[in-house]
Write a protein that binds this ligand. Sequence first.
Ligand code: XMP
Length: 511
Amino acid sequence: MEKIIVLDFGGQYNQLIARRVRECHVYAEVHSFTLGLDKIKEINPSGIIFTGGPQSVYAADSPQIDKEIFKLGIPILGICYGSQLIAHELGGKVATAPVSEYGKTEVNVEKDSGLFKDVSKTTTVWMSHTDYIEKAPEGFKITGNTPVCPIAAMENAAEKIYAVQFHPEVMHSVEGMKMLSAFVYDVCGCKGEWKMDSFVEKTIKEIREKVGNGKALCALSGGVDSSVAAVLMSKAIGKQLTCVFVDHGLLRKNEGDEVEEVFGPNGPYDLNFIRVDAKDRFYAKLAGVTEPEKKRKIIGEEFIRVFEEEAKKIGAVDFLVQGTIYPDVIESGLGKSAVIKSHHNVGGLPDCVDFKEIIEPLRMLFKDEVRKAGLELGIPEKLVFRQPFPGPGLGIRIIGDVTEEKVKIVQDADFIFREEVAKAGIDKELGQYFAALTNMRSVGVMGDFRTYDYAVALRAVHTADFMTADCAQIPWEVLQKTANRIVNEVKGVNRVLYDCTSKPPATIELE
Ligand code: XMP
């Protein structure tokens, strides 16, 4: 399969570059800049892209690259730090720019460049740099400039080495996709074979070959990833697959039934489906626990225990299916950042199930590609475009201790909010939106009576990657209608608040 590798030098857009290349229908994967030459030769990519990065190439501890990479005959595109690294390594000069450029910038490009032939002579790009290339290495032609950045792009077409100071991968670079596409198709000679229909077909065939007559077990949450993984498996091996759906009693309203409708015996898929009603066990374990990390831990551990018991009933299986997706497996250039919350997913399962091998059919896919694969497989849109829902579920949307009564309140309030958002037709614009239950009770008046009830918090955010998020400006009428309905229809609530914080400093979930 044709492949481009993205060498990560710590830039914040590393995954985005890979996604953009994949949008050109060429498979791309991100590797740390430390990936050795031997490994690169083994992968034998059609092209290599160096990402940006936060450092100066001349700083003592800056990430470097083995110069031999330029002699492999593989086309290279350097972006931002990557472009400076090319200049630095090949005998050019990098220096602190007299004027830093941040944000949208007009760049003049040479139309006869391999990258810019389809691009306007002056085009808007996204810049973010304090260093610049002061002198191009020998053999390089300058192909782009801005008033304060004389070498905004350069190339050595004979050696197939290209460099751009700006970020073509970012949406604000208006013709950036044309540049990346020119690199991928014209310079690297790719044909564009990465398409979801062929991925689905190929993966089903591979699973079938791998599993043979064996048995596979899948922890199904009803989320997009595990659902798509389960359907791929089901299409490949039918009833040799068993899906276990643990209903921990912390799901959204009707969610358990909805999952059963799709995957259960009356649904369209050929598989064994086991729904475990474990809510009493979870509520018992959570009783009186208020500390968020402790709640997360309890839910994660209990989940594993329930799954383990079910797995034991089934007996030894050959394969354990996981819905791991590509962003979970990327090694980053400069190391990982701090853990703010311990995310619960099925990461703990391998220890508790007796199996021979793990199958991760979505390991190569980004989230949007998982969704495309889901549609390709005929999974209902409602499930494919479901908003993210955390593993610990409503357990972390109820501040303080969790009780069955509080779960019911938050389920009902959340259901109303989702209904009103959908009615207003704004659901597709929002990254995530939900109701949570604060543990604040306050005084209200209903009819002629004093009430002392809970306050529900509504949250809605816009986000591209869930790492940062902006509070969404939900139309006032929608909020008002939702608030009215919640206090009228949900017993135990007399106040509704809207959370207007962004992330950071808040997080998306309340715990
Ligand atoms: P935060 O609250 O950290 O959430 O801003 C970012 C995104 O992650 C989801 N989230 C989780 N997902 N297990 C998950 O699978 C978890 O434990 C978990 N905690 C938060 C959250 O819903 C949001 O989309």
